[in-house]
Structures are given as structure tokens and as C-alpha cells.
Write a protein that binds this ligand. Structure first.
Ligand code: PEP
Ligand code: MG
Length: 589
């Protein structure tokens, strides 16, 4: 039966494929293994199962010698049930299927099979049998716990592989779409090199970091599609409409045909845009516009240049620090990573943002489940760095060393206080002194601050006194101005880039920088959204930083714009009570 689930559109386009469910458990690793690793992964599960069987048998042996008071008969019966479930071939055969045919790692295969069997239990008429689902979950949990102590031999996710190779028993090349309750930004990044043609999550806001990473992958995605991971079943056919935020499950042939047509139209549009790649971004009235890229990994740098960026305006360095088993990266490892990014730029500037973890960007699973009441208002970004100056110094030294290999800008996130600025600048000086002491080469960097807290936007003079350039982080500026958690889908309708308060802060920041002859760019998601290109141009913005996939669409807007005609209109939009209405009316183009 066809049905639809509605959510928030985060990455454009249409994906049609079979559902891969990443079960409710988000604390197990999910990655694809190489075919040569299949036997080893199956052996891990079998070993886990056997260990748990032995554990239960030992327990049975112990309680056999006890009286009915210490070990009631029910306990022994329960252990029998657990043993029976563990020895049920459906569990192990299913797990083997997911490992062999789909190349899931052992933990992913086990949780997927658990999900399948749980649904079968849910459908059982007999209440006693239905309740055995809890026992099944318990035995799976025990196996997972055992496997945690026996890590997978696969250290890193393998490279992108064609879907056909993953569906060894399928003769056709079937795209796969991932359906999950939630994905951390690091999980999402892990899938960057994988096969998925689209993503759906139950939770998340349009500008959560998970959504941002999905957008950077340039494949259709919908977040906040509540209940999707419960309603969609493994292998269901799914259409993801990333333009409208709709997920259609088991579509009829007519619906499939319609979306197939839309998909082809989008491909044609991409082809048309590709012709603009080598066209300079200049407006009709001759204003040169700088289109920069936002990246997450050093390897993205060369791809950004290839996509037509004239530099990187935001390298989110925190992704180098996430989900690591062996502690934070040391200075040499970071230096090598930044150097790779600098070299990938081929002489174009690279803006490295110092680490911005916290809130919806946890370092790892433990961090994710920590119980801070308001993580977005807590120890995040520069606050986290200044709380651990030794760690921050290591990053600063690594960035300064990388600057010896090309043009590097250093961007500091989430500053609000003059004291934070002072401490940060003192640490940059300390990093230089440390490198001098050690006789290590380093290069000059332009220093920039992100304007993403209203307090910063309202004290621009302080910032401009100390920094060479500013970069407006609209994602957080909107979150903190409107008191809307950017990763909470329940308040997503109030997350409004066009709120007059937000527009005034953005407009003032641009105007103040221009007045003082300092560089200013926008690196939040507004910069890559063509709905706002003309408004930002009208406000005087000349530097936009966005996902590489958005560059050509924004360039098309730039080529059609006349900033002289947009100026007055933009002023009116900012002054309006309901700017969205003015924006919707035909502008001066
Ligand atoms: C922003 O806040 O706009 C920004 C670019 O930074 P991030 O999305 O990483 O918080
Ligand atoms: Mg931010």
C-alpha cells in the first residue's frame, strides 16, 4: 500500500530506491565491509553468539544447585527461552544474509535482523509469543555487548562502492536509500563515500549539522520525518522528494513514473548549470562576486575547486576530531590534514575554522548522550577550546604550520566576549612563539571571527578592531537570535532567516565591515540558498561561502542580478514588518 511521510526538505532532488533501515540503535557502528571481510564478520557474530550461549549455560548450571527461593522456576524457564532464541537459525541466518549480500558490518547486520524479527513478533496473534520480543532484544543486546570487546577488523569505512556490488543477488543496479531514526553529523559523514542515493531521518531540523552534511553530499534528504523509521520496512521501495520534504513508500506505478520524470528534469537542469562552471561570477552591473566553498574534510578541498569555488570560506575542522577510537588527533596528524587541504586548493585561499564541537556536533557517542541541559548554550566551539588551552594550542600550531604551504585564513567560531577575543589572540601568539622555540616553519594567516551570536553582531566595533575579516554564521545567528534549536524539528517552522531581527543583524554586519574596509562573507546555509542571493547582494554582500554543489545555482542568480537595482529594495525588505511578503512579491529584476 502506498503512503507518504512528511518531513523537512534539506537536500534537493529526487531519489528512488530500496530502503535500508538503520535501526533504532544509534550506538552501534554502521559501515560497509569489503567482500574479503565477510567471513571474519560472520565469525565475530558467531563467536559472540557462542560466548553468550556459554554464559547462559553456566548460569543455568549455577542455579540448578539452588533452592526455589534463590532461583525461582521462572528464571530457569527464561534462560531456556534465551537459549532457544540464540540457537534459532533465523537469527544467525538473517545476520549472515545482511553481511554476505549487503556487506553490512556485523553489528549493523545483527541490529537489522533484530528489527526484522521484532516486526514479525509484533504481528503475532499469541500474546505470550508477542512478548518474547523483549527476550530477543535482550539476547541481541548481550551479543552486541560481547562484540564491543572484539572490535571489527575493518578500521575505516571502505570507499564508495557501486550498489550492484552490494546487491550481489540482484541483477539490476538498485539504488539504496537510508532510513534512520537519527544520525549524528559524524555518522552522516561516514556515509559520504558510500552508496546511498538519499537519506531520511525521523528527527532533526533543516539546519542541523546532520542536515548540513547531507546537503554537502548533494543527494536528496528529508529530516524530521517523524515515524519514518517505524513505518518503512527493510527493502520497501521509497521515493525521497528532497524539494518538498516528502517520503513516499511503496509508490504505485503512476507515482513512480511521475517522480522518474521529475528526476530526469533535475538532471537536465544540472547539465545546463554545468555550462556556467568557467564563467566568472560577475553581476550585470559588473560587480565581482566571490563564491567560496564550505568543506568538512581535507579531501573535499580539491573537489571544491573542481566545482568552481575560488577558495574555501569554511573548513569545518571539527570533523577531524569526531568518532575517533584513539583520542584527539595530535599536532603532526592535524598538520598533515590541513596541509593536504592547502595543497588541494592549488594556490587558492583556505579558511580553516578552529574546532567547533558541542551541541548537535558531539565528539563521539558518549558525548552525544551526555546530559547537559542546553548543549547549544553550553561548552561549545571557542568556549570548549578556551576551556582546554593545551588542546587548542595544538590545533593552532598545526594550522600555522600548514599556512607555510599556501594561503590560509584562521576563523574562530562563537565568540561573544572581548575577553574571549583577548584569550584567543594570546593563544595564537603563544602558538607562534612555541613554533619559534621548536624551530618549525609556519606561515602568515589572516584572522577572522564568526558572527553567529547576536551579542557579537551588536558589538562589531570590538571585533573589527581585532580581526582582519568577519564571516556571518547565519545558521547559529538565527538559532540564537530567535531562541530556536536548529536541530529540533518541532520548532523548525519558527526558524526564520527572514525574521527582521536576523536581517537587521546581517545587514548591519555587512555595512559596518564595508565602512571599515574589512572583508565580510556569509558562510551559513543562507549563502547557498538561491532564495536569498539577491537579498544578500542588495545588502552589499560580495562573498558567499556554501556547499560546492550549490555554487553554480548561486552563480546563475549572480549573473542575472543588478546590484544597483537591488540596493533600495533590500533596504525595504530589511525594514519591513514581514520581509517574507516583500520577498515573495516580484522584486526589481
Ligand atoms: C553557522 O552557524 O552559520 C555556521 C556556518 O557554522 P555551523 O553551521 O558549523 O555552526
Ligand atoms: Mg555556527
Amino acid at each position: 500500500m502506498t503512503f507518504a511521510v512528511h518531513g523537512l526538505p534539506v537536500a534537493r532532488g529526487i531519489a528512488i530506491g530500496r530502503a535500508v533501515l538503520m535501526g533504532g540503535r544509534v550506538d552501534v557502528a554502521h559501515y560497509f565491509i569489503e567482500p574479503s571481510q565477510v567471513d571474519a564478520e560472520i565469525a565475530r557474530v558467531r563467536e559472540g553468539r557462542n560466548a553468550v550461549v556459554e554464559e547462559i549455560q553456566r548460569l543455568q548450571h549455577t542455579i540448578a544447585g539452588m533452592g526455589p527461593k534463590e532461583a525461582p522456576h521462572e528464571l530457569s524457564a527464561l534462560l531456556d527461552v534465551h537459549l532457544m532464541l540464540l540457537q534459532d537459525e533465523d537469527l544467525i541466518d538473517g545476520v549472515k544474509h545482511w553481511i554476505r549480500e549487503r556487506l553490512y558490518n556485523a553489528e549493523w547486520a545483527l541490529t537489522t535482523q533484530l528489527e526484522q524479527l521484532s516486526r514479525q513478533f509484533d504481528e503475532m496473534e499469541d500474546e505470550y509469543l508477542r512478548e518474547r520480543k523483549a527476550d530477543l532484544e535482550q539476547v541481541a543486546e548481550r551479543i552486541l555487548r560481547y562484540m564491543k570487546g572484539v572490535p571489527s577488523p575493518v578500521a575505516a569505512p571502505p570507499p564508495r562502492r557501486r550498489t550492484q556490488e552490494l546487491l550481489l543477488d540482484d541483477s539490476v543496479d538498485v539504488p539504496l536509500v537510508l532510513i534512520a531514526h537519527d544520525l549524528s553529523p559524524a555518522d552522516m559523514l561516514q556515509f559520504k563515500q558510500s552508496v546511498f542515493a538519499g537519506f531520511v531521518t525521523d528527527v532533526g531540523g533543516r539546519n542541523s549539522h546532520t542536515a548540513i552534511v547531507a546537503r554537502s553530499m548533494d543527494i536528496p534528504a528529508v529530516v524530521g520525518a517523524r515515524g519514518a523509521s517505524q513505518l518503512v520496512r527493510q527493502d520497501d521501495w521509497v521515493i525521497i522528494d528532497g524539494d518538498e520534504g516528502v517520503v513516499i513508500v511503496e509508490p504505485s506505478p503512476i507515482i513512480l513514473a511521475e517522480y522518474g520524470f521529475k528526476q530526469r528534469q533535475a538532471e537536465l537542469e544540472r547539465g545546463r548549470l554545468a555550462r556556467l562552471k568557467h564563467t566568472p561570477a560577475v553581476t550585470l552591473d559588473g560587480e565581482k562576486i566571490e563564491l567560496l566553498a564550505n568543506i568538512e574534510l581535507p579531501e573535499d578541498a580539491a573537489a571544491a575547486v573542481e566545482a568552481g569555488a575560488v577558495g574555501v570560506g569554511l573548513f569545518r575542522s571539527e570533523f577531524l576530531f569526531m568518532n575517533r577510537r584513539d583520542g584527539l588527533p595530535g599536532e603532526d596528524e592535524q598538520y598533515e590534514a590541513y596541509r593536504r587541504a592547502v595543497e588541494g586548493m592549488g594556490g587558492l585561499p583556505l579558511t580553516i575554522r578552529s574546532i567547533d564541537v558541542g551541541a548537535d556536533k558531539p565528539l563521539d557517542e558518549a558525548d552525544r548522550h551526555s546530559s547537559h541541559l542546553n548543549p547549544a548554550l553550553g561548552l561549545r566551539a571557542i568556549r570548549w577550546c578556551l576551556a582546554d588551552p593545551a588542546m587548542f594550542l595544538i590545533q593552532l600550531c598545526a594550522i600555522l604550520r600548514a599556512a607555510a604551504h599556501g594561503k590560509v585564513n584562521l576563523l574562530i567560531p562563537m565568540l561573544a566576549h572581548a575577553s574571549e577575543i583577548r584569550q584567543t589572540l594570546a593563544l595564537v601568539d603563544a602558538a607562534r612563539a612555541d613554533l619559534d622555540r621548536r624551530g618549525l616553519a609556519y606561515g602568515p594567516v589572516q584572522l577572522g571571527a564568526m558572527i553567529e551570536i547576536p551579542a557579537a553582531a551588536l558589538t562589531l566595533k570590538t571585533f573589527l578592531r581585532h580581526f582582519d575579516f568577519l564571516s556571518i554564521g547565519t545558521n547559529d545567528l538565527i538559532q540564537y537570535t530567535l531562541a530556536i534549536d536548529r536541530s529540533d524539528e518541532s520548532v523548525a517552522h519558527l526558524y526564520d532567516p527572514l525574521h527582521p531581527a536576523v536581517l537587521n543583524l546581517v545587514a548591519q554586519t555587512i555595512a559596518e565591515c564595508q565602512a571599515q574596509g574589512k572583508g565580510v562573507s556569509v558562510c551559513g546555509e543562507m549563502a547557498g540558498d538561491t532564495a536569498y542571493t539577491r537579498l544578500l547582494l542588495g545588502l552589499g554582500l560580495r562573498s558567499f561561502s556554501m556547499h560546492p554543489a550549490q555554487i553554480l545555482a548561486v552563480k546563475q542568480e549572480v549573473l542575472r542580478a543588478d546590484t544597483r537595482r537591488l540596493r533600495e529594495w533590500a533596504r525595504e525588505v530589511v525594514a519591513a514588518e514581514e520581509p517574507a511578503q516583500l520577498m515573495a512579491a516580484q522584486g526589481p529584476w
